[in-house]
Ligand binder design. Structure first.
Ligand code: ADP
Ligand code: MG
Ligand code: ZN
Length: 703
């Protein structure tokens, strides 16, 4: 391309927007567009798609037309451009005919570089006439996924765009932009717009500043209040699925003194835009909304998106959650899951009068959304792979990545489930399978003669609910495949077959007891506040001080001395020196919450057997690996390794840990224990010589 065009673009970036460099993807998209190549640009929310047409609009001669789905937001976008002194306007049905006439004539005079229109307007005769008088150089289609029926936001009016383009009197460059394109949606766009693969520029979908969390079995209301209380000054969106629920949440929050506005389709246009404006301009901190809210909202400091209910598709979820953190700052996306929501969504889908194909697809999407809530994989990774970006990389901070529960070998139980599915010839769904396995006396099983199958009662020590949940996990991990219907039957995948033949084993994290309160969230919040403060003072992003994961670990262990502090994963020498004392100041306020040593080993869990990783650790230790080697190999702290070993020994694994402590040390330790008791280790450690370590003490005293 011409070098000076690119230079011109770069100049604009700096002079107008005040940015030094293009972000990933922006430059290639802009280069292509300036070269007159039709382009599809896929960048995550907040990636900076607007600049990809705004800057070319300034460099190219003539007018850039921006097709944008929402009338209500055109004004904001145009206002923002006008703030930057960029001549832009919009045409939509909110204008008086007089105003429209004035704008038309100014457009003809060539006064505006950018004109925003809704797709509905493209076919209007007056608009068609206007086109005769202007020279278009670029047509930008924002939220282009609305063109595809496979997208979650399909808009029939977007379908007319491609034929409209084909009938334009002159050739124009086309740029289609979206943040949520599955492979299928992308193919559709290519086909509609005749754009070859090589001109699709995608920077992927990853949003590294978002922390995804799925909360299962929490009291939603309670969770919400404590979540919000910890974010008093932060701006956020709460999504609920029905108008009624929006109203309810809104009133409750308001009565508790939160600055909040509601938003849903049952409100009139004026009320809605009032709430929306107040939110955009930080006059209210929180907006409670149905999914009607948000498309095209460019508010950058949304710090959290809380989903009170399950969205219907992963696309919708990611787009809604993705409205957090456009500015690149750390933000939270929390989804409160309850099985009831799946039933509600299923019901709604059943009621809708879609074609069978369409309905089947919708059920499949709902299942994939549900699987997101049950998966054990990194949540960001799950989303990326949903959009076709398979990666091994994990985010390190979502609720699955920071899940501290140990993985348990559930191969045997998985095999039971799979054989049961096979026995009933893949003709039944989750509930029936669970009932057979626990040996339910339900009449229906008898009628169906399912009490005779060999797997009947095989998991009688489980509750039906736990088995059903286990099946959810197995579906999320793609061992089982549900059919795409409202009463899905379950089938085995290739992966399950490999488990049955013993080639693959199944490890799952044991779920937390449903009603267990969040572990010491107040500590975490206090640490977060401190991090935020330090981040402002030192002018570095919060995550560069400590990751959430590190703060989580601190909140769990509550280190009280510099030594303890440095044993937290993520705390190196530098960080210890720079931030140690400041953090300890806060941590010491929570001294009373510090868990006793042995409670740290395993958070309380439901269910009985906890066969797990500690046995693996013990086995490897028996086979000669040292603690230091195990720390490396298993990515656990040495404390955890030691706890694994102690536990294994206590449960009868022959490790003879004492042998690793010299006799003389053992004697001293026993004496000390006599003296101060074995209630806590610290007093023992304190009266012993320096060189005797906690490990020595633990190994000597056993569990
Ligand atoms: P998208 O439409 O892709 O969701 P936006 O166009 O709204 O994203 O841009 C998100 C934010 O990123 C805006 O605040 C924008 O000013 C900013 N931004 C865009 N490009 C750059 C850049 N090259 N450098 C710094 N900030 C940028
Ligand atoms: Mg945008
Ligand atoms: Zn993750």
């Amino acid at each position: 391309m011409e070098k000076n065009k690119l230079q011109a673009a770069q100049k604009k970036l700096k002079a107008i927007y005040g940015y030094d460099a293009f972000r990933e993807g922006q430059q290639s998209i802009i280069e292509q567009v300036l070269d007159g190549i039709d382009t599809i640009g896929i960048m995550p929310t907040g990636g900076g798609k607007s600049l990809c047409y705004q800057i070319p609009a300034l460099v190219l001669p003539g007018v850039t037309l921006v097709i944008s789905p929402l009338i209500s937001l055109m004004k904001d976008q145009v206002d923002a451009l006008n703030e930057l002194d960029i001549p832009a306007t919009y045409l939509n049905s909110t204008l008086s005919s007089n105003e429209e006439r004035i704008r038309h004539s100014r457009i003809k005079e060539g006064f505006y570089k950018l004109v925003y229109v809704a797709p509905e307007r493209l076919g209007h005769p007056t608009f068609q006439q206007l086109l005769q008088h202007i020279s278009l150089s670029l047509v930008a289609i924002d939220e282009a996924h609305c063109m595809s029926q496979w997208g979650h936001d399909f808009r029939p009016s977007y379908l007319s765009i491609s034929s409209w383009l084909e009938h334009l009197p002159q050739r124009v460059t086309v740029l289609a932009l979206t943040a949520t394109a599955t492979t299928q949606v992308c193919k559709d766009l290519q086909q509609f717009l005749h754009i070859e693969e090589q001109y699709v520029i995608s920077t992927g979908f990853e949003r590294s500043n978002l922390t995804f969390q799925v909360k299962k079995g929490v009291n939603k209301k309670k969770f919400m209040f404590s979540f919000l209380a910890a974010r008093k000054n932060e701006s956020g969106i709460i999504y609920a699925s029905t108008r009624k629920e929006v109203e309810q949440i809104y009133h409750e929050l308001q009565s508790k003194g939160f600055e909040v506005a509601p938003y849903h389709g049952g409100m009139n246009e004026q009320e809605r835009s009032k709430g929306q404006e107040a939110f955009i301009h930080d006059e209210v901190k929180i907006i409670v909304a149905t999914n009607a809210f948000g498309m095209g909202i460019d508010k950058s400091n949304v710090r959290f998106v809380l989903h009170y209910n399950l969205p219907r598709t992963v696309e919708a979820y990611y787009q809604e959650a993705g409205r957090a953190g456009r500015d690149g700052e750390d933000s939270d996306c929390v989804l409160l899951f309850s099985p009831q929501d799946v039933r509600t969504q299923t019901f709604l889908l059943e009621q809708s009068d879609r074609s069978n194909d369409r309905q089947e697809m919708e059920f499949k999407k709902l299942q994939q959304m549900t699987a997101f809530c049950h998966t054990e994989r990194c949540l960001q990774q799950y989303i990326l792979s949903y959009f076709g970006d398979d990666t091994d990389k994990t985010c390190g901070k979502c609720s699955n990545c920071v899940q501290t529960g140990e993985k348990i070998d559930r191969t045997k139980e998985a095999q039971m489930v799979f054989s049961c599915v096979k026995r009933v010839r893949e003709r039944f769904g989750k509930t029936i399978i669970a009932q057979i396995l626990v040996g339910s006396t339900n009449q229906k099983l008898k009628q169906l003669k399912l009490t005779n199958v060999t797997t009947y009662g095989l998991m009688s020590d489980w509750t039906q609910k736990d088995v059903a949940e286990f099946i959810d996990i197995l579906m999320a991990e793609e061992y089982l495949r549900p059919t795409g219907t409202s009463y899905p039957t379950i089938q085995l995948t290739e992966k399950a077959v490999q488990v049955l033949t013993g080639e693959v084993s199944v490890h799952v994290t044991q779920a937390l007891a449903p009603d267990e309160p969040e572990e010491q969230d107040d500590v975490f919040e206090a640490l977060r506040q401190l991090r935020k403060q330090l981040s402002t003072e030192n002018n570095v992003p919060p995550y560069m001080i400590f990751s959430d994961r590190t703060l989580k670990e601190m909140s769990r262990y509550i280190p009280l001395t510099l030594d303890e502090f440095s044993s937290i994963s993520g705390v190196g020498e530098q960080k210890k020196e720079k931030y140690g004392l400041t953090f300890l100041e806060v941590l010491n306020q929570f001294e009373n919450d510090k868990p006793a040593e042995r409670e740290i080993v395993m958070p309380k869990r439901n269910g009985s057997s906890k066969k797990g990783k500690y046995l693996e650790t013990a086995e490897r230790f028996q086979n000669g690996e040292t603690i230091a080697e195990l720390v490396e190999a298993l990515a656990l702290t040495d404390q955890t390794i030691v706890k694994h070993l102690l536990r294994a020994e206590q449960e009868g694994v022959e490790l003879n840990l004492k042998q690793y402590v010299e006799d003389e040390k053992q004697q001293l330790i026993m004496q000390a224990a006599e003296e101060v008791g074995t209630e806590r280790l610290k007093p023992i450690k304190e009266i012993l010589p320096e060189h005797i370590t906690y490990h020595d003490i633990r190994f000597t005293l056993g569990k």
